[in-house]
Structures are given as structure tokens and as C-alpha cells.
Design a protein around this ligand. Structure first.
Ligand SMILES: NC(=O)c1ccc[n+]([C@@H]2O[C@H](COP(=O)([O-])OP(=O)(O)OC[C@H]3O[C@@H](n4cnc5c(N)ncnc54)[C@H](O)[C@@H]3O)[C@@H](O)[C@H]2O)c1
Ligand SMILES: [Zn+2]
Ligand SMILES: [Zn+2]
Length: 391
């Protein structure tokens, strides 16, 4: 089959690889009909997440048709059914899964001992991601082996198109969880850093959850325009002071809730000397992340507010003003998304026409064009916001 394969830093190729097969009784094989490139894939593209190996198949946002099921799937998934495959692999039975903490499932990371050593405790297995989270082949491919397939799937209701359903596996629940983590009150200002696909979903979610005002921060005109169309007031961080504008919009008190939808690759600019410091340290492997947004959120957030962090961080971040955060009494909430916790509600919202997540798609291309599209998405060429690939 054809698949997008990681060969090293900034080197992703469309290769012919061996078709996946059923390996365990709870496996299924899905013929991928649509998949997408996520902001998290860019961190792998740049080799900022440790433990990728040449030959790894990329992709964790995918859906398709079940073509084969293992003997242990027990009728919970049948050949011919259309499913979205969430990026987090879940057993459905461990203590964390039973509590709904699906992204920290205790059983699905097949490299558990590695993760135990590095993180202190394992987290869930993830598709198309680092070997720290199992090194499972991803879904930017024609076929995908889904481990624990009897629990790791979301059934697509009849009549729902691929483009409406696809983002149920990652960016839609990610934006939703980020907003839910804010415990939004009708009097709240929610400020969101990053208007990429995750930021866009967080903006629409915060509006739906009833925030008084949603403020979206980025520098890319097309992303700011989409944010505005979604109901946000926008700040262009390349032209204006984020802190001053947020103070102005909140009567000098700061936003009650802040969402970091940027993560470890904060834009590097001369106007923000800390980003130059991070970039230099990152290049010398003395710091993993560029946490400018975290610093800005801690500074501007109203005391006793909440910082919600869907943006991915990879390891060690420097100069995080913990004293400011502690004295202001801020609450940090974060994590890889517990996709399954929200799946049924979000499917219903699409069916009811409350939201159609396909609004974010700007590019639809064949899988073979994937390697080029990584660059287009990374460099924000051609007003690119979200790429969908058709294998
Ligand atoms: N928690 C999860 O489960 C989960 C799931 C999906 C994605 N993510 C993460 O969410 C983040 C966003 O993903 P995406 O797909 O939207 O990626 P993206 O790269 O398209 O978007 C990031 C946006 O942040 C903007 N940005 C950069 N520096 C900024 C700054 N200083 N202030 C404000 N905006 C800034 C960029 O211009 C860009 O538009 C990534 O870190 C990704 O890994 C997490
Ligand atoms: Zn993702
Ligand atoms: Zn589990």
C-alpha cells in the first residue's frame, strides 16, 4: 500500500510499504477513505518529539471502512462499517479508561516500560506518533491496523460525509476539551492563542459554551478572518501588543480563561526576545520547547483564572514564571484529548447542525501530494489552514 513515511527531520515521503494485517484478536483493518495533517505532525516533521524512527508511518487523524476484524472484536465492529479512528488507542477496561481518562489508558502503549521510565507513568498508545507512545503505524496511508478496535472507534452515522466526520478523531474534541477545561461562565472572557485548526475548534466551542467574549490571537490574516467568522474578537500579535489589547478588552483585569492552542513551536520574532532565547536553546538541545505563549498567559490571566493547554509540549521548558502562577492562584489544565469522553455529544452536535467541523478545510489532495503539503501547511503557503488527504 501507499503511505506517508517519516525518514528524518523534514523528510516525509510517500512510499510503498507492506499492507497491515490482523496481529491481535482485538484488531481491525480499516481502509482509509480520508485522513488529515495535524499541527502535532509538524512537531514530528521538525523532529521535536523524541523517539521517532525512520520507516514510521505518519498520521493520527483518519477514518474509513472496516475491511477485516479479529476474532476478539466480538461483533462490536463489523466489516463494511464506516468509522472515525480516534488518535488515542484505548482498551476501555483499565482504571483510567473507566474514569474517562482515555488519553492515559494504562494498557495500550506497547512501549509502556519506556514511557514509565521517561514520564513516570505510561500514557495511552497513539497512532503515527513517537515510540514513547507505542510507535503504532499511522493513518496517512491506504490501510490502517487498529489495535483494540472494539473500543477504539467512533461509528459514523448514516448520511454524515467524510469531511463532516473526520475531525471527530482529533481536532474537534481537542478544541472542545480545551474549552470544557475552562469551566466557562457567561461572564468570562476566553482568550485563545493560535488560530490553527485546534484554535478554530476551541473558538467555536467557547462560543457554544456561552463565553461573554472570545478573543483569538495569531498573526496570519486568513486564520484571523476565520476566527472572526467564528465569533471571536481578534488580535494580530505581529502588529499589536497582546497584553495591552487583552487588558483593554477586560477593563484592565485580564481574561478569566486562557487557552494555549499553539504549543511548543511558538513563532520566533525579534519583537519577542524570549522566543529568540528559546530558539537558540532549542537548537542546542538545551530546551525542548518554545513556551512564549505559556509565559504570556500566566502574565495576563486574571488571578484565580484557568489556563487550558491543548498545545503540545515535548519535554523541558525554561523560564516558566511559576512564582507568578502560584501567587495569582492559577489553575493549569492540559493533556492529550480524551476523545472518547466527548464523542457521542460531538457526533450529535454535527447531526443536529449545531456545528460542521469541515469549515476548517482549505486543501483536499491525493495522498501522493502529502509530502509537499507538509511544507505548505508548515509554511502557511496558499492560505493553508487544514489539509485533507484522500488515499
Ligand atoms: N492536546 C491534544 O490532544 C492535541 C490534539 C491536536 C493538536 N494538538 C496541538 O495543538 C497545537 C495546535 O495545533 P494546530 O493543528 O492548530 O497547529 P498549527 O500549527 O496550524 O497552529 C498553531 C498556530 O499558532 C500560531 N502561533 C504561533 N505563535 C503564536 C503566538 N506567539 N501567539 C499566538 N499564536 C501563535 C501560529 O501562527 C499557528 O496559526 C499543536 O501544538 C498541536 O500539536 C494537541
Ligand atoms: Zn493531532
Ligand atoms: Zn485503558
Amino acid at each position: 500500500m501507499r503511505a506517508l513515511v517519516w525518514h528524518g527531520k523534514e523528510d516525509i515521503r510517500c512510499d510503498t510499504v507492506t499492507d497491515p494485517e490482523i496481529e491481535e484478536p482485538r484488531d481491525a483493518i480499516v481502509k482509509v477513505t480520508s485522513c488529515a495533517i495535524c499541527g502535532s505532525d509538524l512537531h514530528l516533521f521538525h523532529n521535536f518529539i523524541p523517539a521517532m524512527l525512520p520507516g514510521d508511518i505518519m498520521g493520527h487523524e483518519m477514518m474509513g471502512e472496516v475491511v477485516e476484524v479479529g476474532s476478539g472484536v466480538n461483533g462490536r465492529l463489523k466489516k463494511g462499517e464506516r468509522v472515525v479512528v480516534p488518535f488515542t488507542i484505548i482498551c476501555g477496561e483499565c482504571e483510567q479508561c473507566r474514569r474517562g481518562n482515555f488519553s492515559v489508558c494504562e494498557r495500550t502503549n506497547r512501549n509502556k516500560s519506556l514511557a514509565d521510565k521517561l514520564f513516570g507513568h505510561t500514557t495511552a498508545g497513539l497512532f503515527g506518533y513517537t515510540h514513547l507512545t507505542g510507535g503504532y503505524p499511522g493513518g496517512q496511508a491506504q490501510y490502517l491496523r487498529v489495535p483494540y478496535a472494539d473500543t477504539t472507534h467512533i461509528k459514523v452515522p448514516e448520511g454524515m460525509s467524510d469531511q463532516q466526520a473526520l475531525f471527530l478523531g482529533d481536532i474537534f474534541p481537542t478544541g472542545w476539551q480545551a474549552a470544557v477545561h475552562c469551566d466557562i461562565e457567561p461572564t468570562d472572557t476566553v482568550a485563545i492563542w493560535g488560530c490553527g485548526p485546534v484554535g478554530q475548534m476551541a473558538i467555536r466551542s467557547a462560543v457554544l459554551l456561552g463565553a461573554k467574549q472570545v478573543v483569538a490571537i495569531d498573526r496570519l490574516p486568513e486564520r484571523l478572518a476565520m476566527a472572526e467568522a467564528g465569533g471571536a474578537i481578534t488580535i494580530d500579535f505581529s502588529r499589536e501588543s497582546v497584553i495591552e489589547r487583552l487588558e483593554e478588552l477586560t477593563g484592565g483585569k485580564g481574561p478569566e480563561k486562557c487557552i494555549d492552542a499553539t504549543g511548543l513551536e511558538s513563532h520566533v520574532s525579534l519583537g519577542q526576545p524570549d522566543t529568540l532565547y528559546d530558539r537558540a536553546k532549542q537548537m542546542m538541545a538545551m530546551e525542548n520547547d518554545r513556551p512564549h505563549v505559556l509565559r504570556e498567559m500566566i502574565y495576563v490571566c486574571r488571578p484565580a483564572g484557568i489556563l487550558s493547554i491543548p498545545g503540545v509540549y515535548s519535554g523541558f521548558s525554561d523560564k516558566i514564571p511559576m512564582g507568578h502562577a502560584m501567587n495569582k492562584g492559577l489553575t493549569f489544565r492540559m493533556g492529550q484529548t480524551h476523545v472518547h469522553r466527548f464523542a457521542a455529544d460531538l457526533v450529535r452536535m454535527i447531526e443536529d447542525g449545531v456545528i460542521d467541523p469541515s469549515f476548517v478545510i482549505t486543501h483536499k489532495v491525493r495522498l501522493e501530494e502529502g509530502p509537499d503539503m507538509y511544507r505548505v501547511f508548515r509554511d502557511k503557503q496558499d492560505s493553508c489552514i487544514k489539509v485533507v488527504l484522500n488515499p
